[in-house]
Design a protein around this ligand. Structure first.
Ligand code: ACO
Length: 351
């Protein structure tokens, strides 16, 4: 039977490293000011989230979501030994798209030099859960024969839409820029432990207003009704989060999704090599590991060095640990995600 195999993996983070020590002094152009801009500290950030540093793109308007996605995609294609023109479907997850429409996947297609080939392009909007949602789509496409080579990318430029003042500190300190990608394709195999073994997605829209960013409201005329330079009104263009509530729901749903993945596949932690959770907060991942009885040496994190890169976290983290010589081809991976929406889910795949 046809199963879906991970053919290649790649990731990219911008060069600029922003340590916690810089965060209190950054203005909204990411310049380090002499005067403190935000009432926060390295100690608070590291203690509450585990984050020590994150990456930011340049502030000169030269790098958008599709640019980070491009490099991660090229690396995943190279890893798969494929040319870009062999991709017949792109799925791109992001909450920081290049522009409102069209979706960013078509910009990526053009930058990959394959727009003439006419491959299908999907943009998905499941925030931190995009990788699992996208993999479920890609797996279904490949197994039904709808597409043969699917490029699944998560890419985020968060640094340009954060509130670099004390008002926005709860969210601002958590996020970084980066991208991760996989290429999947068909393999003929009767081994139920080959390729993508399990994907399960969930959502609960009653949590939608616990973590959101409006930017505009289409019900208004004009739909951008505020002055972006007005400190009172411009809160609309920044993310808003009920941190404690999101934290508690993330732990609950990620534990459930992890247990569901084990139950559905009949696998145990003796079989699985790595747990790659979404990277929102180290304390969330530690709590999930404790409650779901995941051996701590099997948990792969990058939150400490990349912060939360939303749609990119899972492929970015797996690729980082491959480069460190930990995860390797043939390993069995269980990944669990949770994000805005609420959305959550889990996947098990042989890498
Ligand atoms: N620096 C200093 N103090 C801060 C900061 C900051 N950056 N942010 C908040 N505080 C203050 C608060 O104002 C509060 O002060 P008060 O006690 O005087 O009122 C105090 O610190 C404690 O704030 P809490 O919100 O209770 O802190 P908590 O321990 O809950 O940590 C955090 C906050 C890190 C945001 C946590 O709630 C969290 O990680 N939540 C989940 C994030 C997440 O999972 N997001 C989902 C994925 S993202 C996506 O889908 C896009």
């Amino acid at each position: 039977m046809i199963r879906t195999k991970i053919l290649g993996l790649g990731s990219y983070v911008p060069d600029r490293v922003v340590p916690n020590s810089e965060i209190p002094y950054l203005n909204d152009r990411h310049e380090v000011c002499a005067e403190q801009q935000t009432d926060t500290s390295h100690e608070w950030i590291e203690q509450r989230s585990g984050i020590r540093e994150r990456r930011y793109v340049p502030n000169d308007g030269s790098v958008g979501c599709s640019d980070l996605a491009l490099i991660a995609s090229q690396r995943a294609l190279e890893d798969a030994g494929l040319r870009a023109d062999e991709v017949d479907c792109i799925i791109l997850g992001s909450l920081s798209p290049d522009i409102h429409f069209p979706g960013t996947a078509v910009f990526l297609q053009e930058k990959l030099g394959i727009s003439g080939g006419g491959c299908a392009c999907f943009d998905i909007r499941q925030q931190c859960s995009s990788f699992v949602y996208g993999l479920q789509m890609a797996d279904a496409f490949v197994r039904t024969g709808a597409y043969q080579r699917v490029l699944l990318v998560g890419s985020e430029v968060h640094s340009h839409s954060l509130d670099f003042t004390t008002r926005g500190r709860d969210v601002m300190v958590l996020f970084g820029d980066g991208a991760g990608a996989v290429v999947v394709g068909p393999v003929e195999s009767d081994d139920p432990r080959e390729g993508v073994i399990h994907t399960q997605c969930h959502a609960d829209g009653s949590g939608a207003w616990d973590l959101y960013m409006k930017v505009f409201e289409i019900s208004h005329a004009p739909f951008v009704w505020y002055d972006a330079r007005d400190r009172e009104e411009n809160q609309t263009m920044y993310p808003q989060m009920k941190g404690k509530k999101v934290f508690m729901n993330a732990v609950k749903r990620m534990v459930e999704a992890t247990q569901q993945a084990l139950h559905t596949t009949g696998l145990s932690w003796d079989d699985i090599d790595w747990f790659v959770p979404h990277q929102a907060n180290l304390r969330i991942n530690q709590k999930v590991a404790e409650l779901a009885r995941i051996p701590s040496e099997k948990v792969l994190n990058t939150i400490e060095i990349y912060g939360n890169t939303t749609a990119a976290t899972v492929p970015l983290t797996l690729d980082y640990h491959r480069q460190q010589g930990r995860a390797k081809r043939g390993d069995l991976v269980l990944s669990t995600v949770f994000g805005s929406g609420y959305t959550w889910g889990s996947t098990v795949f042989r890498f």
